[in-house]
Design a protein around this ligand. Sequence first.
Ligand code: 4AD
Length: 475
Amino acid sequence: EESKNIVLAEDSSLPKANKAKISQLAEHRSKRVRVFGWVHRLRQQKDITFVTLRDGTGYLQVVLSGRVNQTFHALTLTLESTVELVGMLQVVPEGKTAPGGHELIVDYWQLVGGAPGAEDAFTNRLNEKTNPSIQADLRHLVLRGETASAVLRLRAALLAAFRQTFVKHSTLEVTPPCLVQTMVEGGATLFKLDYYGQPAFLTQSSQLYLETCLPSLGDVYCVQESFRAENSHTRRHLSEYTHLEVELGFINFDDLMSNIEAVICESVDILLADPTSAALIKQLNPKFQPPARPFLRLSYVDAIAWLNEHGIKRPEEDKEGNPIKDENGKDIMVEHAVGDDIAEAAERQMTDIIGKPVFLYGFPAELKAFYMQRMPRKEVSDTLFTESCDLLMPNVGEIVGGSMRISDYDEMIAAYEREGMDPTAYYWYTDQRKYGTCEHGGYGLGVERLLAWLADRYTVRECSLYPRWPERATP
Ligand code: 4AD
């Protein structure tokens, strides 16, 4: 009864409290500070309340005792409420641990925005038992959790590390458009839209635009959203994903694979050298080891043989590409042959057995996009192979797809024709071959997939801020 009447006032005779973010508190030790944040954890005892405060930059242990623990708001405090806290920042006593090694002994505080208790309490809406579909609806609340926020923080560090690496490689960042009128990776996965009465698409890849930058800007990269209308409900497919794409001029196929390897390894080294991002990796993926260089390179033809040697089969398909079932309704499994696509399941088994990054290279032209440079035709084979490569990582599978591009004008025209594409819309792309062509190539890296590998996440859905997949564009 009495406690409800306690009204706190800030004691103006105490030293001034500077406002600080939790991550900056080390420099405020043994001083009064003012911090703002959310009640992340709460432990209320008779005479003392322990709060773990979260402000997005870190976590802080907070102690409320005496008068500050006896107010109405102290007695009714709930998880996820926002508070303003003022007090002395003390190093934790010997033998005790706390985030940052210090704790805040509060002498004044106030509630900024309360969160509901009882039925509508945060932990009633979201807890370990919440089913995945509800969790997806509550992504905005999931993000407040320690794991989800650590993944996003690592994601930011990863993008920063990539940018640092590209500066070192004299590769310039550009920002190509998302609204386009050309396809890159086949018409089947295009999101179509009405563009002031004209047909247009959401981009599948910024590659063609990057190629046009080579003559003016040299080697370029972008971090841009790509969109794929793929009806794939898998662990590694999103309808919108962050695509890191790179294009390099005057290189050969070997240079291309070396660049992919260098960019990934150097960026990982930057992350491991930084204490904050190294701690995030340790939290999320304690067993992580940076990959050894050089990465294994396995030709497509050798990979087909490898799959057969290891008894990894593929479902037999009819002409439409649907699996053929036996009388029990099970897929009929057959050996792989040169010319077959290596499907996700087989690819995953292969990477998991190999257990380290592996480049698969030299895919048959029929399986690949129109723009890919051909390898010289082998006398022994009818199959035409391309200077293309996928980088596969354990647990995830393909994280990078790249290739050398057709550099010859006539060959490019022939490629449009072969694919039944109208070259008119591609005039700007064709012009690259007309006004001073060069041997060039590039690649696209799925940022969520790389992060799934780095942070050991089960699915790319955990690696996107607000992931989109078929039937999911909310929140
Ligand atoms: O292999 P893809 O389709 O290659 C291209 O788009 C090239 N034009 C890139 C280039 O050469 N500039 O896609 C490249 C990468 C894949 O290896 C994968 O990591 C990622 O993009 N990716 C996806 N990630 C999440 N969800 C999807 N639906 C993805 N589709 C591709």
